[in-house]
Design a protein. Structure first.
Length: 375
């Protein structure tokens, strides 16, 4: 196995595990909150657990992608709440893979330390009402006006949208041969013309918040552009989808490890050879899932192209779905009792498995066109 969990990574695991046990798991009614627990977020920042990937130069922890995946896994396994962990992961991805990776020195200095020290939360605005995130159908524009840009349009399904202090907005800056060219803009709630217009209620992933925003002639300076003008969709949005897929593997694995613990606990008096065999089979598949996730996270930090990267994402999804089916069948057939937390986690896993499912299917079909590549 290429992935080796070093002592440094074991320290990361223990650090985030302790926080999950001491602060997330005991948090009262976390699954039924209508608002995001900013006090819990502040506590996480006080414990220096925000900015895991951000270099120490900017007050971050200077970790790598495997650190983030492992932290997400134990936060979920021991904290027992998918929504809070997802909000943290999305924030971590945006702050590092958008602002640090594509930001100028001035942007890094202006935003990264504030994100960590001032506990500011990040979000990403791509999708639009009725059209999703498909680049052919997005309409939000950014029109250049002297040294500024004027943004107009609506964005929806924004994770952390209600509580975010910093929003990365993807907008059309020009059209070449009828093809939209997108740029990314760093916007704060203080920008005139930035309006939250709707809180999106979901029956899963609580207490993570989702919102719609309207940009009504929202004026931003040219120095708010993040990365190269016109290349944001290709270089940021598509990459974000892959990165999000990989890092969400962490809490998925953590949730399944929690499920296994509860199943073993609740079958202590009804175990037989067949039940033991089925539980052992599920455990073996979760171990395989972990290796897939760990390897995929290491590929993110690699400068090399890995033809297997997309396959790992697809295999993870398919195997995770199979594991959930086996867990459901085991619970029904053996009549294993489940509590409210178990049911809520099962519900979150079901909906997480459906996120961007069409994109995964398209990637799976695309693999066929690459089948003639020798490796």
């Amino acid at each position: 196995m290429a992935t080796f969990i070093t002592n440094d990574k074991k320290k990361i695991i223990e650090e985030y595990k302790i926080f999950a046990q001491n602060y997330i798991a005991p948090y009262e009614n976390l699954y039924s909150l209508d608002s995001f627990p900013l006090d819990l977020w502040s506590k996480m920042a006080e414990e220096k657990l925000i900015g895991l990937l951000i270099p120490k130069k900017y007050e971050g922890k200077g970790g790598d992608s495997l650190d983030l995946l492992l932290a997400g896994e134990v936060l979920m396994q021991y904290g027992k709440n998918f929504g809070f962990v997802m909000s943290w992961i999305i924030h971590e991805i945006i702050s590092y893979f958008f602002i640090f990776k594509f930001g100028t020195d001035e942007q890094r200095n202006n935003y990264l330390k504030d994100i960590i020290k001032e506990k500011k939360i990040c979000s990403l605005a791509i999708s639009e009402p009725n059209v999703g995130a498909h680049p052919k159908h997005l309409k939000t524009t950014a029109i250049k006006n002297n040294q500024s840009f004027i943004l107009s349009g609506e964005k929806t399904l924004i994770t952390n949208g209600l509580v975010a202090d910093i929003v990365i907005v993807i907008a059309i800056t020009e059209k070449i041969k009828n093809i939209n060219k997108y740029s990314a803009f760093i916007i704060t709630k203080q920008n005139k013309g930035f309006n939250i217009i709707d809180k999106i209620e979901l029956n899963f992933l609580k207490p993570s918040t989702h919102a719609s925003i309207k940009l009504d002639n929202c004026i931003v300076d040219s120095d708010s552009i993040l990365g190269p003008v016109g290349d944001a969709y290709q270089k940021m949005v598509l990459k974000f989808r892959e990165i999000e897929d990989v890092f969400m593997m962490g809490p998925v694995i953590g949730a399944m490890k929690f499920q296994i613990e509860k199943i073993i606990e609740n079958t202590s008096e009804i175990k037989n050879d067949e039940t033991s065999f089925k539980i052992g089979h599920i455990i073996s598949m979760v171990h395989a899932l972990s290796i897939i996730a760990y390897e995929a996270s290491k590929m993110i930090d690699s400068n090399d192209y890995h033809i297997e990267f997309t396959s790992l994402i697809i295999c993870f999804r398919n195997l995770a779905k199979k594991i959930q089916e086996d867990i459901r069948d085991l619970i029904i057939n053996v009549n294993i009792p489940t509590d409210n937390i178990m049911e809520l986690i099962n519900n979150d896993l079901f909906h997480v498995g459906k996120i961007a499912l069409n994109v995964i299917k398209a990637k799976q079909k695309k693999l066929f066109s690459l089948s003639n590549i020798r490796y």
